[in-house]
Write a new protein. Sequence first.
Length: 289
Amino acid sequence: MDISGLDTKTILLVAQLLKEDLESFTSTSKGRYRQGDFPDSDLAVKAYGSELETLESFAADRCMCMSIARAVRTDGKAIQQEQRTENRAAQDRRFALSLDSRRGAAASNIAEQAAEIKPQADEADDELLRKLQALYVGCSTEDDELVQAESSSWAASRSKPRTAQPTVACISCGDRHVFYNVARCPCKHEYCRACLASLFEASIRDESLFPPRCCKQPIPVEPNQVFLPPKLVGKFKAKKVEFETPNRTYCHEPACSNFVPVQFIKNDVASCVRLRSKTSGNAATLVRG
């Protein structure tokens, strides 16, 4: 069943109607077969019922996610405004202290730099919020429909085609992608999901490429997690711990050579998480600075 074009309310209604039909069919089929017999039709009915439960679970999860996204969209600007007010107050205090220290010229430079950097950070936050809103809330008002009765105006406009989303060219492959499928780097260059993933994968394989960069500026993983596969994010964070550890310890087994975090080293004995084996720090450990 293709449900990609259906809203959550319709999905729940379809699932409920199909479940009622299935229950009606099941009740009329009871007693037709001997006890212990399981014809193919019964197995098919059970499989179909399982699919309907999965569909209902999907719709419920989607409803919850839309509700959370709606709350973020509603309160996000107020939270950002409060943050900006606090940042301005902190900046003013630092500027006043610098003036008291008779460093007026330096203070002016600090204030100018802070004034330039902060709007850039705010702009990046706003851009990410717009992408998340388009990605998880959509360009329609479906999230409002989940918590309120459907209005006649919405019912009339629901059949209208959605407006085309703006596209952005990836700096790496050159292809154009919908703007919420493109990540923006600190240098303002933008990468599609596939090219961004390639950068992070390369930085995991080759330490000289870590952390991933564009225009010599590191690309942070935290604000870009939404554009990367979860498994890749996990591998990257694990590798980050390894690459940022001085005097690293590795498993003594050549077939493993797995990195051992400092938390698993006690009394100069390292415990390999992968092999559940012990590695002596004095003899068999592989250590690199």
